[in-house]
Design a binder for this molecule. Sequence first.
Ligand SMILES: Cc1cc2nc3c(=O)[nH]c(=O)nc-3n(C[C@H](O)[C@H](O)[C@H](O)COP(=O)(O)O)c2cc1C
Length: 385
Amino acid sequence: MPDLSKITTIEDLRVIAQRRVPRMFYDYADSGSWTEGTYRANESDFQKIKFRQRVAVNMEGRSTRSTMVGQEVSMPVAIAPTGLTGMQHADGEILGARAAKAFGIPFTLSTMSICSLEDIAENTDRHPFWFQLYVMRDREFIERLIERAKAANVSALQLTLDLQILGQRHKDIKNGLTAPPKMTLANMIDLATKPQWCLGMLGTKRRTFGNIAGHARGVKDLSSLSSWTAEQFDPTLSWADVEWIKKLWGGKLILKGIMDVEDARLAAASGADALIVSNHGGRQLDGAPSSIEALPAIAEAVGNEIEVWMDGGIRSGQDVLKARALGARGTLIGRSFLYGLGAFGQAGVERALQIIQRELDLSMAFCGRTQIDQVESSILLPGTF
Ligand SMILES: Cc1cc2nc3c(=O)[nH]c(=O)nc-3n(C[C@H](O)[C@H](O)[C@H](O)COP(=O)(O)O)c2cc1C
């Protein structure tokens, strides 16, 4: 067990992950589309928001506990769905789900994960987790996937609406991203400097898209799998499909990727339980506003009808507190989770969660609040948000 006491920020974890994770997968996580302007703004826009410091308020008996779609959480943070997580670290999704379970927060498995729905269920004693769905053209495959999610004890479904087509990330093209990596000379040289990662990968059988391989018709080997996924994301996705998925699933439904008030109204009208203000971590429409900038208007418009959450740029507990103050009942973390995982596996994810929770708890107290459910925009300095 590594001594992580000197790891005090998500940035510490990022630096170590960059040393340990093969370049093509590190770059896959640490990048946005085109100029990466939206990706950067997701983080930097948090810095502009200032707190009101309050003093001589009783700070005893504090709690960051809350609920997200009715589920108890130790803090209003869930692990966001991220594709290829089992390439950041061997069995990465299982480790992430175990860390989330230990911490008392939800873990979301991506459709494009390396470990499958069944792998997560088997390796977490069937602890409930969340599943993120991409709608594919092959609707029978989607029906089967939803059945598998139910059988795996999935307790909420996140339907991602902002990836009918894929934004362009220059690094992924230049690196020739594949899972597992192709054995080119450049990759072999890089892998030679990442021995721990290689050992981990040799010790697992999970090296490709676990939810898809062996389950989708016509997908027998990796090359046909990559062309299958490129062809299969459905560009015709519409609100009628949202209704179809809602019926098929029948449980808690979360709509992910809402950035506009008009879309937020449609999301609320769809009868979903929550929406996530998200620009996919700056990976889709570069030039869109940051998530924290888009949040207040959406929370104001529909916050009484549907739970409003947000993700994008959260690298600290202070970011969670600011999002909460601006109307996000819940938040999700993508890269903060991936950096912890890439750096130290499950222990790294747990460390990332501890860092965020401790900072959330202390900052909340400095703002004169003891319960996360008492946090609203009056903790922020007017004119800074
Ligand atoms: C490497 C990576 C892979 C991702 N894969 C998915 C995915 O498969 N499905 C999805 O809905 N969102 C995906 N996302 C978006 C995240 O769910 C989330 O919206 C985003 O990471 C939040 O921003 P943050 O990384 O700054 O916290 C991915 C993000 C990253 C960084």
